[in-house]
Design a protein around this ligand. Structure first.
Ligand code: C2E
Ligand code: CA
Ligand code: CA
Ligand code: CA
Length: 277
């Protein structure tokens, strides 16, 4: 298999009417996906740029539909958001990912994607904090990634801000995901308490052939440094991209070159040994 979750053209080829029918079908099925055991969490390494040693892993959700096979999260997360299912799914992912991260070396952090919609409910941040503590996971090992979607700018802005502040006050780090693709990255940067910027993979991909993408990456790294935040580049697929990012002083990298998202296979013997006094 190539990259997980991008196995089918079905979702992109179909006509408008067919797509709407499929969307309704998926919305109905997604409601039962947790109970039916169709969801799972995979982990992709985030590495320090010089040593390429993992400093953390990002949790990414997967849905294996009984008829359609792997449905890409780009397809079903928006459905989960519009139906409100994102609240229960989001907490389920957190619980799964925290349980896994609790078995890791304590120097390794966990990154979790949050939808701004999840903050519509005021209890979300405290639920996440309580869930981490139930798993014995220190909050300073947690990173929460949010994208600058329309909601971040829209009516839930204050709720999102309050939620992120609460998570940060608990000791977790806040990451602006897909930096540069949003509507007003710079003003969001000023208003939201970000600890880390993740450069969108579209800029990384275009960096070599396209001068303006290279300038954007360079400027983002400079901006991050002057703000004192960590810069991570996503979608790093080639050695040339890695070297260019090193020259520009980027801190961390993530992408197929370093490691693909994969199920976490716990090694019982190893985790026992690492827990020995
Ligand atoms: P994202 O947070 O920007 O995640 C990065 C996406 O890029 C992932 O796609 C990952 O598999 C893919 N990727 C990683 N390295 C490379 C690379 O070198 N090249 C290329 N071409 N792609 C790479 P994925 O897993 O399909 O997820 C898509 C989006 O779905 C995520 O984008 C995120 O916005 C959303 N998502 C996934 N899991 C969750 C979740 O648990 N909660 C929420 N709210 N959103 C999620
Ligand atoms: Ca992310
Ligand atoms: Ca991203
Ligand atoms: Ca993305």
């Amino acid at each position: 298999a190539k990259s997980e979750g991008r196995n089918t053209g079905r979702f992109f080829d179909s006509g408008l009417k067919e797509r709407e029918r499929l969307r309704l079908h998926l919305a109905r099925d997604l409601e039962h996906a947790i109970a039916a055991g169709q969801l799972r969490v995979v982990f992709q390494p985030i590495a320090e740029i010089e040593s390429l040693q993992p400093v953390g892993y990002e949790a990414l959700l997967r849905w294996r539909h009984p008829d359609f096979g792997e449905v890409p999260p780009d397809q079903f997360i928006p459905i989960a958001e519009t139906t409100g299912l994102i609240e229960s799914i989001g907490l389920w992912v957190a619980d799964q990912a925290f349980a896994t991260a609790a078995t890791w070396d304590p120097a390794i952090s966990l990154s979790l994607n949050l939808s701004p919609i999840q903050f519509r409910r005021a209890g979300t941040a405290s639920d996440l904090i309580a869930c981490a503590s139930r798993h014995g996971l220190a909050a300073d090992r947690l990173e929460f990634e949010v994208t600058e979607s329309a909601t971040l700018l829209g009516s839930h802005r204050d709720e999102v801000l309050r939620g992120l502040q609460m998570l940060q006050a608990s000791g977790a780090r806040i990451v602006m995901d897909d930096f540069g693709t949003g509507h007003s990255s710079l003003s969001n940067l000023k208003e939201f308490p970000f600890d880390k910027l993740k450069i969108d993979r579209s800029f990384v991909a275009a960096m070599r052939d396209d001068k303006s993408s290279a300038s954007i990456v360079k400027a983002t790294i400079g901006l991050g440094k002057s703000l004192g935040v960590t810069i991570v580049a996503e979608g790093v697929e080639t050695q040339a991209q890695l070297e260019a990012l090193r020259r520009l002083g980027c801190h961390q990298v993530q992408g197929y070159l370093i490691g693909r998202p994969a199920a976490w296979i716990s090694n019982a013997a190893e985790s026992m040994a690492s827990r020995m006094p």
